[in-house]
Write a protein that binds this ligand. Structure first.
Ligand code: ADP
Ligand code: MG
Length: 677
């Protein structure tokens, strides 16, 4: 019944159903799972004499004058009347209220924000309802996520018809966990979240639903991930000296530590496959850890694969790492969808017979035809860009469980890491290569644009290079692309005569992108105007300035990633955040960027300002979106949910017991949808 289309509900025809579909609501179950994104407390009814200016309130009052409607000088319809209770009266004004149907002498509930003129209060366009209705007033009102054409009142009304179906929702949290955590039952929680009785019960409902999300998340991830302690193949201890000698710099202590930790996993005689995450801020040199391990694997004839989230990044890793490793006898290959078919075929052939030791690629590595001879090490770069299942798919290409290394620059709070990567060991690179200066970051007023680009020109005169980043919104990509093209031309003509400005964007062919990136890396292009395709990992150390246009459109963590493209040498670097948005929130967010270069601090702020849903982005993380749980704030609940989930898996590792059937089904459904398009 919960799987039934919402069209079964009263008040939902095909037109309205189409609107709900836009919110990804197809079934009655989906609708019930559409939790309010906030609440408005309209439960407080006050007497007129207790009204406070500017404080929303409900008033139960009688219309005490006729409704006087006339046209204002501006041509607007104005309706006026007075309402009274035993303690006073308030005048009410409506603008353009065509369907106003109040009658003198009748009593209604009015909800609005009282304003004051002299000693008299008045209300403008208040919400009106008959006292027995209780849909829009006299309650804690849920505020739902909407789409154009769908009002909150419509959702409320449809939801009313859906509430009886809550009786069909099964309880999936085991009874002992419910009791131990003092959690509200599932049906009560759903009722309460859509129709809160009091602040206190609403809090209890949210707590229960948040716990459930985290509990399911922890269970699901544990089931998707191969269990810890899976048998792999230990590699012989390699001689790393030739690798270290070949490097143009000395590794930092933190890099060495990460490499040693990983090597000791991979060579441990017990032969347990490595599961390790390397977390290090942008520019901390994570790539070298991957290179070291691939070198180590190759010395014993084992193959390695490294998956990067974008063509550009894969291409760049390939260029850098083959230059480093080929002289050491490691055969490095590149496999991305953008390479010509004949080349891809040849790469695949060589991979399958073991003629490539280390392949670097994109999602293309996951495709059917890609086979390995002896895959023993799998590395995912910028791992937050991949779904959990994708990592699993690469792993499945090995004949024995390979060693796994995931690298991420997105620092996440420890408790969250425990839930998301609970089965991994962690190496933290908490040190930048020597001589790195903090990036001088500013968010000047829009008027300084000329000065900003003038300063950029000065940098070019010193032989440096620069990035200009322009956000592009997906839906209107064509038009926006055009405007970015025009913008690049303008920059060229206005400021950068004698230098070369080039454009890089996601719609370009892989080859064009490569060509532009190569020319930029070689210094032939001095200013790279780019959409966000350069966000992850791109490394051109000579570039020391970045201007980010419309900076308000980016999340803080994304700004940090972008900014990480500069500050990659011992030259002082600059980042300028431009915006036309002068709102306090934007200014506050940009101020965080100017204040700190510390990725951890920025991630914490980001999580706090945006909430976890957006922070992770469902599609990117491969983790079902969390609707209730506020991960950043709810560490205790998260730890409890994680512990409870792990305890349950200890008793029933595959959730195969009869009493866990509903839970198992739900987890499967949550994690089954392959979330990466
Ligand atoms: P990220 O951690 O962001 O992936 P990269 O691996 O791209 O960082 O490294 C950033 C830059 O620092 C690269 O140019 C790399 O060659 C350089 N680098 C890495 N390790 C060191 C080091 N120990 N000393 C000096 N430069 C280094
Ligand atoms: Mg990187």
């Amino acid at each position: 019944m919960l799987e039934r289309s919402i069209q079964y509900l009263k008040g939902v025809g095909s037109a309205r159903a189409a609107l709900f579909h836009k919110l990804k609501i197809e079934t009655i179950g989906d609708l019930l799972h559409h939790f309010p994104r906030g609440y408005e407390d309209r439960s407080r009814t006050v007497e007129i004499r207790d009204l406070q200016e500017g404080e929303n309130a409900c008033i139960l009052a009688t219309v005490s004058t006729p409704v006087n409607t006339h046209r204002s000088s501006g041509g607007r319809m104005l309706s006026r009347f007075v309402i009274s209770d035993d303690t006073g009266s308030v005048s009410v004004t409506f603008f353009n209220a065509k369907y106003l149907s109040v009658r003198e002498g009748e009593t209604y509930r009015f909800y609005g924000k009282p304003e004051r003129m002299g000693r008299k209060f008045f209300l403008t366009n208040p919400v009106i309802e008959r006292p027995d209705a209780n849909l829009k007033t006299g309650r804690i009102l849920p505020v739902y996520g909407l789409t154009e054409g769908l009002t909150n009142a419509m959702v409320l009304r449809v939801m009313e018809h859906a509430l009886p179906y809550i009786g069909l929702i099964p309880e999936t949290i085991p009874a002992d966990v419910l009791a131990a955590q003092k959690l509200m039952g599932v049906q009560e929680a759903y009722l309460e979240i859509h129709n809160p009785q009091t602040e206190l019960t609403l809090y209890a409902a949210r707590r229960r639903l948040a716990f459930e999300e985290l509990f399911d998340l922890s269970l699901g991830l544990s089931l998707v991930k191969s269990s810890r302690g899976e048998a792999g193949e230990p590699l012989p201890m390699p001689d790393m000296q030739p690798f270290y000698n070949a490097l143009p710099f000395t590794l930092t202590g933190a890099q060495r530590r990460a490499i040693d930790e990983a090597l000791s996993d991979m060579t441990a005689p017990e032969g347990i496959a490595m599961r390790r995450m390397v977390q290090g801020d942008v520019g901390s040199g994570k790539t070298m850890v991957a290179a070291a391990l691939a070198y180590a694997a190759a010395t014993s004839g084992a193959q390695s694969a490294m998956m990067a989230p974008t063509e550009i990044l894969a291409q760049q890793h390939y260029a850098g790492l083959s230059a480093l490793l080929a002289p050491l006898g490691v055969r490095v290959g590149l496999l991305t969808a953008g390479r010509p078919l004949a080349e891809r075929r040849e790469t695949m052939r060589r991979l399958s017979v073991g003629e490539i030791d280390f392949v670097i690629g994109t999602h293309a590595l996951l495709s059917e035809g890609v086979q390995f001879d002896r895959l023993r090490l799998v590395v995912t770069d910028e791992q937050h860009r991949f779904g959990v299942r994708q990592r699993a798919r690469l792993r499945e290409k090995a004949d024995v469980p390979p060693h796994m290394l995931v690298m991420s620059a997105t620092p996440i709070p420890r408790t969250l890491a425990m839930v998301l990567y609970g089965d991994m060991d962690l190496s933290v690179i908490d040190e930048l290569p020597p001589g790195r200066l903090p990036i001088d970051t500013r968010a000047p007023a829009e008027e300084s644009r000329d000065a900003v680009y003038g300063f950029m020109r000065k940098q070019l005169e010193k032989g440096r290079q620069a990035y200009v980043v322009c956000p592009v919104i997906e839906e209107s990509e064509r038009e926006e692309l055009k405007s970015v093209e025009t913008f690049a031309e303008e920059l060229q003509n206005r400021y950068f005569d004698g230098y070369l400005v080039a454009l890089l964007h996601g719609q370009m062919h892989a080859r064009e992108k490569d060509a532009v990136m190569e020319a930029f890396a070689a210094g032939e292009i001095q200013v790279l105007v780019s959409t966000t395709v350069i966000e992850v990992g791109v490394n051109v150390p000579n570039a020391n300035m970045m201007v980010i246009e419309n900076a308000e459109r980016f999340g803080l963590s994304q700004l940090h990633q972008l900014r990480g493209r500069v500050g990659r040498s011992d030259k002082k670097s600059y980042c300028v955040l431009l915006t036309q948005n002068t709102s306090q929130t934007t200014q506050d967010r940009l101020a965080v960027m100017c204040r700190t270069n510390d990725g951890f601090e920025i991630a914490r702020e980001d999580l706090r300002l945006r909430g976890p849903g957006e922070f992770f982005g469902e599609r990117q993380s491969g983790v079902p979106g969390l609707r209730v749980a506020e991960l950043g704030l709810d560490m205790k609940l998260m730890a409890d949910a994680h512990a409870a989930a792990q305890a349950l898996l200890e008793q029933d590792p595959m959730l195969s017991r009869e009493e866990h059937a509903a839970l198992r089904k739900k987890i499967q459904r949550l994690f089954h949808r392959d979330r990466q398009a």
